[in-house]
Design a protein around this ligand. Structure first.
Ligand code: HEC
Ligand code: HEC
Length: 212
């Protein structure tokens, strides 16, 4: 039933997805929120292993962006985070499988992969950015950022696909700011609508859409 609703009503899908299984467009975004509340105290906001609690700890939380952690498979990391069987790396690291859902752990992993892979930092708050994106950008760029919004078919040029991670990684935050402020051949300029911090916020949000 749910499957049939999704393509018909993006709005319904978005509401349902935030409560049930995580659909791809939102995954890294949800994962970031969970990471900030559950992991950053030890592993740090950017996963470097330098959270505020580390000063009081004997064992140091791992740098999740290190080559060692990057080399681990998704399955292995899901087990480590959940703390299943022999996979608890240290007694200090909580067994998250006991307190959060599998879908939450998958979303957290998506954000950990983002921290490992994205060349560019988030300079704005993606929670603020999501609201701006929904108000102004969804019509053309689509709910999930794939360039398939309801206005897309009316334009001679396809709106950019923000889920193309390679493309997004090629563009610096400054380059994205320039495009958003100036607009393009078929994209409006946002310089009179959005403040500098709102532009950074929406950039942070579309960067997360690229890694789902
Ligand atoms: C109370 C502190 C603490 C919290 C909170 C915490 N961790 Fe850890 N974590 C640790 C410690 C300590 C280690 C072991 C470090 C080592 O073995 O080098 C660790 C290890 C890990 C590793 C293994 C890295 C590797 O490659 O060996 C992963 C992955 C990890 N944590 C992810 C998470 C995630 C995701 C969260 C949030 C859901 C989280 N941790 C929350 C302390 C913490
Ligand atoms: C009227 C439709 C429309 C709206 C609304 C719109 N865009 Fe666009 N956007 C486009 C089109 C079409 C392009 C392709 C470039 C061009 O038009 O020259 C584009 C390109 C972009 C690019 C360039 C990406 C790249 O890979 O080169 C970014 C970034 C972008 N848009 C962000 C946004 C943001 C953020 C918003 C909301 C604040 C937004 N757009 C709203 C139509 C739109």
């Amino acid at each position: 039933m749910l499957k049939h609703l999704v393509p018909v009503a993006g709005v319904v899908a978005a509401i349902l997805c935030s409560h049930t299984a995580m659909a791809d467009p939102m995954k890294t975004f949800e994962g970031r929120k969970l990471f900030q509340s559950l992991c950053s105290v030890c592993h740090g906001a950017e996963g470097k292993g330098d959270g505020p609690l580390t000063k009081r700890m004997d064992v140091h939380p791992a740098d999740l962006t290190s080559a060692r952690t990057r080399a681990r498979s998704d399955e292995e990391l899901l087990d480590i985070i959940a703390g299943v069987d022999n996979h608890q790396p240290s007694r200090v690291m909580p067994r998250w499988g006991k307190v959060i859902r599998d879908t939450d752990i998958e979303a957290i992993l998506a954000y950990v992969r983002f921290l490992q892979r994205s060349k560019h930092r988030l300079e704005g708050d993606p929670v603020v950015g999501r609201k701006i994106y929904q108000d102004y950008c969804v019509v053309c760029h689509g709910e999930g950022g794939r360039g398939d919004g309801i206005k897309a078919d009316l334009l001679p040029l396809k709106p950019a696909d923000h889920t193309n991670a390679a493309r997004m990684d090629k563009l610096s935050n400054q380059e994205l700011r320039n495009v958003i402020l100036k607009g393009g051949a078929y994209m409006p300029s946002w310089s009179n609508t959005l403040s500098p911090s709102e532009v950074n916020a929406v950039i942070a949000y579309i960067r997360l859409l690229a890694f789902n």
